[in-house]
Structures are given as C-alpha cells and as structure tokens.
Design a protein. Structure first.
Lengths: 492, 96
C-alpha cells in the first residue's frame, strides 16, 4: 500500500510517528504524477519546487505545527482558484500567460494556514463551462477508470487526479454540478457546500449567484475535514454567510436511525439510465437497513431547471467575463487598430467556442427588450425551484437520487451538441439554483462499461453535517470507495 | 426559421465585444435560436406575482468601515499588464 492511499487521519499518524516525512509524502505525489499524468493529463501547472521547499520547512518545524488540521497534506487546486505567484489560467488561452497572480484566494490562504501543501493546478473546462473537461484550451483530461472516457467536468482535472491517486485531495468549483458530476464519473467523493458557506474571494467568477468551491476526496471523512478548514465567513466576500461552521467530522457517527429521506420521482425519469437507477435503489436499501426511511416525493419544477440555469448562468457569465479585455492582465491581440478593435480581437482570440457561445447567450438575454422575457423569467422560475426544496425539507432530512443520468461518456461523444451536453446536469443544477448543499459518493459500477455511478445526497441550507453523516454511514456499509482504477503500473 | 437572425447575432457580438465572422454569425444564429427555443418551455409556467430570486440567502447589505489599508502596490498591479508606461496601463488610441 502506498502512502497515497491513506486518509488524512492515517497520514497524520504516520507523520507523527515519523514513519514518513512530509518531504517523502510530497515526493511520492510527484512520482505518481510523473508516472500517470501522460495518460491522465490532470495537471496544467505543477508547483514542485515550492511544494518541496514547504515540505522541508514543515519537516524542520516545531512540533506545534503538527497539530494543525492539514499539516503536510498534499492538495491539488482547480485552475480557476487564484494562487499567488503560481500560474492561474482557468484553462483559457486568454489567461495562459498569467504566470504571476497577485494574491491567494481565501481558500488557498486557509489551506496554507492549516499547513496543507499546494501540489499544482488542475485542468478544467475553460472558465468552468462544460461537463467533460474537453472544453479546456490546454489539454483533454481522461478518466482514470478507462482513458477512452471523459472524467466529467468542469472540475475534471480535480476528480481524475484524486481517482488516479495522484493527490489524495483536490479543490473544485461547482456552478451547476462541476464538482459532483466529475466526482460521480470518476468514482470519488465531491461536495458542493451551501451557497455562502465557502468564500468565493479568488475564485474566478463564472456565475456569481451559483458558484461554490468544494473538496474532492476518496472518502467522506477526508472531505469533511477539508471543508472544516475552508468554510466560514470572509470579509473579502460579502456573500459568504455569517453562520457558524460546525466540526463536520463530529457528525460522522454512522447513525442514520430514524432519518427521513425524500426520493424525487423526477430524478428517476426515462432519461436516466436503468443501471444508474438500480445502483441508487440499492443504496437506498442499504440506508433503510441502517434504520432510515424513504418515500417518493415530487420536485415538480425539476424539468425547468436546465433552461433556467442556462439563462441565469450565461447572463451572469457575460457580465463577469467582461473583465477579460487585454488591458490589465492576460493576452492582448496584436495589430489592433484602436481600443475597441483590441478588445474584440483579444476576446475573440482568447476565448474558446463554448465560452463565446455562453457570453453571446447571456448578452442576448440581458439586452434591451429581452431582459424580462428571458432573464427575469428565469429568476422567477428559480424561485419556484427553490420553493420545491423548501417544501420537501419541511418533512425530510435529505433528498437522495443519482448525481448524473448516466455514467461517463466517451471522449468526443457529446461535444458537438450543446443541448445534449447541458442535459447531463439535470439533477445537479437544481441544487445550485436552490443554494442547498449536495454531495456525490460512489455507489457501484455500471455492468456494461464498468464505469462508476454516483449517489447524490442533498441537504438543507447550511446542513452539510447531515449530508456528511448520511454519506459516511452509506460509505462505511459498502466498499465502493475502496475500489481504485488500475493504471500506470501497480502502486507499491 | 431562426428566431435570432444573423443581424441580431452581430449586434449582440458587438455588445459583448466579440469579433465574429459571417460563418460564425450563421452558426450562432442556429445555436442560440435552438437554446432560446429550448428555454421557451419556461413560458409554460405562470409566474405572475412570483418574486425573482437574485440571491438564495436572505441577506442584507453587508457594511464595513471605509478605511484605507495595504493591498496590491502600483508596481505589482502593473506587472501582468500586456503594455504599460509611466506607471499606467497603456492601450491603443481611443480617439482618432
């Protein structure tokens, strides 16, 4: 067994007992990346020199530092989270030369304060727009379970790196499912916290009313430990909430006796793969055997979520991405005639196709004469979708269903058809629109392609503790999280 | 029949500060029309008197004292700029 297979708790025991040093651990991470990343293509930038220096400093540090929650823990960061002095590209050409960002995102600062070590930056769909990581302008990340398949997206690099055992933990961001769907496709644990739970300061904004940063890990326990560190109100993000952050690891009691689960019938519609449904029903049986009860419910506005999301997210994106203009940072086109020409050329050359399509859609939806019909209408439907969840949560503790309608699809299968691509997000998008927390945990494999299936557990606003409790109880009763893909030679 | 004409696409591209070719205008006309068609399903819902949601949490304005503090220096702010002169960002001419 490699040190890279251990949990945070196990790793910290080994560090405490001096069975392994932080330097050895970080070295093992880079060895594993070198061994596997030609195939997986998860990392866009490695932070090796600085990481090894930090590791050395931790090995020489006084023993008090060892009590810090993530002492010496190697972590990968999605490339839309700003890292001071480490290239941050959002996997876009327009930022491909942003080698020296000026500040750390709040989450990066918090990880650093907890003495975690930033291993490098992870590939993504450009500006987090996509469900396969094929929209990256850097490289196409592959699914470690079968490299003919996509890892999902947009946090595909984060999910693939954790699944491939390159790093034990990674951060992603989730606007419409971008942590949970790749977690599902890659067989790892991915959490989207409540909107406002984690500071967005330094997360390059896609859709500001939906974006949240969340951890991707192999186990629920590790996930809870990382969220404990990164959550909390931040004066640099006025939308971060003044709500106390509990010790999520204390919630992992294994006790779900009497828990009430709502199972929306809309999440078992014809568009959902029968084998995905079967895995989720098996999971519900496991929780039932542990003393939980479940009932079928309806979230009647679910079918409108995708259209609502694309109007709202694209509108917000068109405003947020206006800042990339070739003036202060990023790429500027050559040979511009005047300033307007420079803006247009820089943006047209710098943005990829999907990003431009969404900027166009959002600009249209916000333009004079269309605002009420499209943008405001979508915001009103968002209210109805949120009310669906509010009503269900009056009587139930969690909502459970599949994370995605299918397992991972093959590279190149869906990229040409935007609407097919968008339909992947049908069960993750409502969670962002309502602002509630949701997690994806592995719940088995599809019998035809042997690819992982994800179980989604959704909770009340700021009740990540219950979501983690249920996810953990389920995980401990099964061995899905112990499965690992075989690639790049056996780990020793 | 496209709902969003090529002329409309060109107008939107201008607002979005994107340069697009004739071919791209044609393609966006088709793709955006398809997405707009898809979103017409929202009109099945009666949203009279439904408040729009701009923010999911019931949050009020967050206030703080307006006090100066150390942040990025002028020198740092300029170091990633494509072009700069005399401590300022330099851009192509705005007026002829």
């Amino acid at each position: 067994m490699s040190v890279l297979d251990l949990s945070i708790k196990q790793l910290q025991e080994k560090l405490n007992n001096q069975d392994v040093t932080v330097t050895e651990l970080v070295q093992a991470v880079y060895d594993r990346i070198r061994e596997t990343d030609d195939e997986i293509q998860a990392f866009v930038t490695l932070n090796e020199e600085k990481a090894l220096n930090e590791a050395k400093a931790l090995d020489e540090a006084d023993s008090d530092d060892q009590l810090l929650p993530l002492f010496g823990m190697p972590i990968g960061i999605k490339d839309n989270i700003v890292t001071k002095g480490i290239r941050t590209t959002c996997s876009s050409q327009i930022l491909s030369n942003l080698d020296d960002p000026l500040y750390d995102a709040t989450v990066v600062q918090k990880l650093s304060d907890a003495k975690a070590i930033n291993i490098g930056k992870l590939n993504m769909d450009e500006f987090a727009m996509g469900s396969s990581t094929e929209n990256s302008s850097m490289q196409a990340t592959r699914n470690p379970w079968n490299t003919d398949y996509v890892p999902g997206g947009s946090s595909g690099g984060s999910a693939a790196a954790v699944a491939a055992g390159q790093v034990p933990f990674a951060l992603g961001s989730d606007t419409g499912g971008s942590v949970r769907q790749p977690a599902s496709y890659c067989g790892v644990v991915g959490m989207k916290p409540t909107y406002g739970r984690v500071s967005r300061f330094g997360l390059v904004a896609f859709a500001s009313s939906l974006d949240q940063i969340g951890p991707l890990t192999r186990t629920v326990e590790d996930n809870a430990r990382i969220l404990e560190v990164i959550a909390g109100q931040d004066k640099m993000d006025s939308t971060s909430a003044n709500v106390e952050v509990p010790n999520y690891s204390d919630a992992l009691t294994g006790d779900v006796n009497g828990l009430k689960i709502a199972v929306p019938k809309e999440y078992f519609s014809d568009g959902v793969d029968e084998n995905v449904k079967a895995r989720v029903r098996e999971a519900l049986n496991v929780l039932e055997q542990q003393g939980a009860t479940w009932e079928e419910v309806s979230l009647p506005h679910s079918e409108y979520a995708v259209a609502t999301y694309y109007m709202i997210a694209s509108s917000e994106a068109s405003a947020n991405l206006a800042r990339f203009d070739g003036v202060r940072y990023g790429q500027r086109a050559e040979n511009a005639e005047d300033m307007m020409d420079m803006f247009k050329k820089s943006r047209s050359e710098g943005f990829g196709e999907e990003v431009k399509r969404r900027i166009m859609l959002g600009t249209f939806a916000l333009s004079s004469g269309y605002y009420d019909a499209y943008y405001k209408k979508a915001q009103q439907v968002r209210t109805l979708i949120k009310q669906d969840f509010d009503q269900i949560f009056e009587n139930y503790d969690v909502v459970i269903g599949p994370t995605a309608p299918t397992t991972a699809f093959k590279v190149g299968d869906q990229i040409d058809d935007p609407l097919t691509m968008y339909a992947n997000d049908i069960m993750t998008i409502p969670v962002n629109l309502a602002g509630v927390p949701g997690i994806s945990v592995p719940c088995g494999f599809h019998p035809e392609n042997d690819m992982p299936v994800g179980l989604q557990i959704i909770g009340k606003h700021f009740d990540e503790a219950t979501v983690y409790k249920v996810a953990h109880a389920y995980e401990q009763a099964t061995d899905h999280h112990k499965q690992q893909p075989q690639l790049g030679g056996a780990k020793s | 029949m496209s709902k969003i004409s090529k002329d409309q696409v060109k107008h939107v591209a201008d607002l979005a500060r994107l340069a697009i070719s004739e071919e791209e205008a044609e393609k966006y006309s088709e793709q955006l029309s398809a997405i707009i068609d898809f979103s017409e399903q929202l009109n099945e819902l009666d949203t009279t008197n439904v408040e729009p949601t701009t923010h999911v949490l019931d949050m009020k304005n967050v206030m703080r004292a307006d006090e100066p503090k150390d942040w990025i220096s002028k020198e740092d702010a300029l170091k990633n700029a494509p072009d700069q002169k005399d401590g300022q960002f330099r851009v192509p001419s705005i007026l002829d």
